[in-house]
Write a protein that binds this ligand. Sequence first.
Ligand code: SF4
Length: 343
Amino acid sequence: MISRPLYLQRYYRVMGDELPAQFLVSRSVGVCFDKEAPLDELWGIHEDAMERFRDKLGNTGSVDELTFCDGTSLLDLKVAIADRILTECHFCERRCGINRRKKETGYCGIEAISRYSAEFMHHGEEPELVPSHTIFFTGCNFSCVYCQNWEISTSPGMGHPVLPGELARTITLRRAYGSRNVNFVTPTPHTHVILKVLNALNKNVPVVWNSNMYYSQEVARLLEGIVDVYLGDFRYGNDECAMRYSNAPDYMKTVTRNFRTAYESGEILLRHLVLPNHIECCTRPIVLWTKENIPKVRFNLMFQYAPHYRAFEFTEINRRLTQDECQKAIAIVKEAGLPDVLL
Ligand code: SF4
């Protein structure tokens, strides 16, 4: 028998239907609220309900022990709050403040309707996740100059519009055919729709939030009680590199804050894509920060960087990694003594 690694313990139990996914526990917490109430009031109710959610999460055994509410639930409340955020969008740290319901668009260019370019059983993710039912949303709140999915990330109007009930049925089918999880890719600008999909889903399945971790504090609060595994990119070890290659202000403050919160409320599979010529300025500080702050994570050092999209405009990253760079990155991780790193 293969022994389970120390990280992602709860994930494995949800995957095996021994424990309920967090979103199902949220659906079992009853909450009374008026959708039209001021946002501050809704957040206050959310705070109280989360206390009950945490109690329940720690004390619930099997999925069968859960009883869904007759009235409105904590997940309904999260949907209502997300819908409100959409009208002065601050799903991510750019905090554009525009009303996406009125077809206004901010930095990501995404309106209120969410679209996805593909959904399938992905066998190319980390071994713990595959087969992973992966749903690729279009548009992005980053603009990485080396983006390998740039056709999708720069075309928010492309793809199939998401109908929550329909996507929930597809997730149920994929689970029946053996998916280990549902994996939402580039999810942050689509938070409102993903919550609705989960509210329509009556199947136990671990939820994977596959993101750049550049979401707002408000979204972090909504994700507790929803996300089982944060599949988070940690790209840059300083703000200058984040601005130069992804045009992302306040990167370090935002991403480290969100990793810390995720560490408290779920499990983390951290991805670090090593960039050419960025071992000392990015790889090393990321490894050291992880070791210092969130040591019990599955840390995936990735070497598959290739210069896509506009990378040719940046000489220092316009090539693949050298053997020497890969060895240096591995040595940094080993020296730091991060546990459970698969290299
Ligand atoms: S998701 Fe982020 S980038 Fe897109 S409109 Fe909202 S705040 Fe702006």
